[in-house]
Design a protein around this ligand. Structure first.
Ligand SMILES: Nc1ncnc2c1ncn2[C@@H]1O[C@H](COP(=O)(O)OP(=O)(O)OP(=O)(O)O)[C@@H](O)[C@H]1O
Ligand SMILES: [Mg+2]
Length: 249
């Protein structure tokens, strides 16, 4: 299966703390990958480096062969908006906007007209079990419903990769499991890959692969298949990557 995103020799220090001590990781097309490990082991730092939120001190990150760690902030910001989707622990929805406008927001930021963006946003509500909740504000939703709105918002731009950092950490266990199942399912049905940080061992049931992080390293023996030692210089050919399905309706 083709590789979508690769990290090579990623190092990140915060003062004397070595948050990442040379990590390599390859994410395949359509794959759901769970990152597990104790608090402070470097999971979020790894996710932030892979997602172009943070620049590693050393190493490379490649999206479909193109280096993203070397890009400037503006370019990385555009990349995050167009090719990546994000789900955080606390959905981080805008409280004053109805759910459908929260979902439409990434499209509007990408210059889709408000009407078109809201129309496309609404298509996600039924499949995610949110039918009838389009007009509710985040404060009028349960925690699980709010996270499903956040999942819709992450997927609405049809990104290549969804990054989720403890997306169910604020939910009770049953709701968390439902939400995680939906996240993996919706991501796969849309042809995207998923990187999810979680403390929940049950998450392996929904993911194709689990990697264990300890003290800034991937544990040998966990399923973190190392990428090829030399990064391949495959260019990114515009938006036609073969990763994303045709945009429906
Ligand atoms: N901005 C920062 N400034 C200083 N130290 C940081 C910063 N971000 C992370 N660290 C340190 O880097 C290490 C890895 O942090 P990271 O947030 O990646 O851990 P984590 O595995 O996500 O933990 P948790 O499960 O608690 O979220 C920790 O020792 C942390 O204190
Ligand atoms: Mg973290």
């Amino acid at each position: 299966m083709s590789v979508v995103l690769e990290g090579f020799g990623l190092v990140k220090r915060f003062g004397p703390t070595v948050a990442l001590g040379g990590v390599g990781l390859a994410l395949r097309a359509g794959e759901a990958l769970a990152i597990m490990g104790p608090s402070g082991s470097g999971k979020s730092t790894l996710l932030h480096c892979l997602a172009g939120i943070m620049k590693p001190d050393a190493g490379e990150v490649r999206l479909l062969g193109e280096r993203i760690d070397a890009m400037g902030e503006r370019e990385r910001s555009r990349l995050r908006r167009t090719r990546f989707g994000f789900v955080f622990q606390f959905g981080q929805l805008l409280p004053e906007l109805p759910a459908e406008e929260n979902v439409a927001l990434p499209l509007m930021l990408g210059d889709v007209s408000r009407g078109d963006a809201v129309r496309r946003a609404r298509e996600w509500f039924g499949p995610l079990g949110l039918g009838g909740m389009e007009g509710r504000r985040p404060g009028e939703l349960s925690g699980g419903q709010a996270q499903r709105v956040a999942i819709a918002r992450a997927l609405v731009t049809r990104p290549a990769v969804i990054f989720a950092d403890e997306p169910t950490g604020a939910l009770d266990q049953a709701t968390g499991h439902d939400t995680m199942g939906l996240l993996v399912d919706a991501t796969k049905r849309n042809g995207a890959s998923l990187v999810v940080v979680t403390h929940d061992p049950q998450v392996a049931r929904w993911c194709d692969r689990v990697v264990e992080v300890r003290d800034g390293q991937i544990l040998p023996g966990s399923q973190g298949a190392e990428p090829s030692p030399v990064p391949a210089g495959r260019p990114l050919s515009g938006e036609t990557t073969g990763v994303l399905p045709e945009v429906a309706g």
